[in-house]
Write a protein of this length. Structure first.
Length: 134
């Protein structure tokens, strides 16, 4: 989740810089390409699947579009504990553990810890995240 947060924050900073230079925000295609370029240039980001990086760009673009329409505030910089879910491909991970969070409230949630692998047998687990609450 740390990598997802860092990609989100990098896209936010790039969006602000792009707007200052060009007077408009980047398109969804430009944001997705920037996320893929970040992943390509930095070895740490290569742990993040390209589909996940593009999903982060898509989520950021949706949040920015909603702020321009007046429906929400401009996307804030994400702190370490504020990125909760992430879409991953269907294979390449396995569940390490599950624990309850907010067990005493009506809105109970579970925290699932997953391990990502570079190669996994096809047809393994359904879509998930590196740390997913649900």
């Amino acid at each position: 989740m740390r990598l997802a947060r860092e990609v989100h924050n990098a896209l936010r900073r790039a969006d602000i810089d792009f707007h200052r230079r060009n007077g408009r925000g980047p398109t969804i295609t430009e944001l997705m390409q920037l996320a893929l370029d970040l992943r390509k240039r930095n070895e740490d980001y290569q742990q993040l699947y390209s589909q996940a990086a593009q999903g982060i760009a898509d989520r950021f673009h949706s949040a920015r579009r909603r702020s321009l329409e007046g429906l929400a505030r401009f996307p804030r910089e994400k702190k370490p504990h504020r990125y909760y879910s992430l879409a991953y491909p269907q294979n390449g991970w396995r569940i390490l553990g599950v624990r309850d969070i907010r067990a005493g409230s009506r809105n109970r949630k579970k925290l699932i810890t997953l391990r990502l692998s570079t190669s996994a047998p096809s047809g393994s687990s359904p879509t998930g995240a590196s740390r997913w609450t649900g």
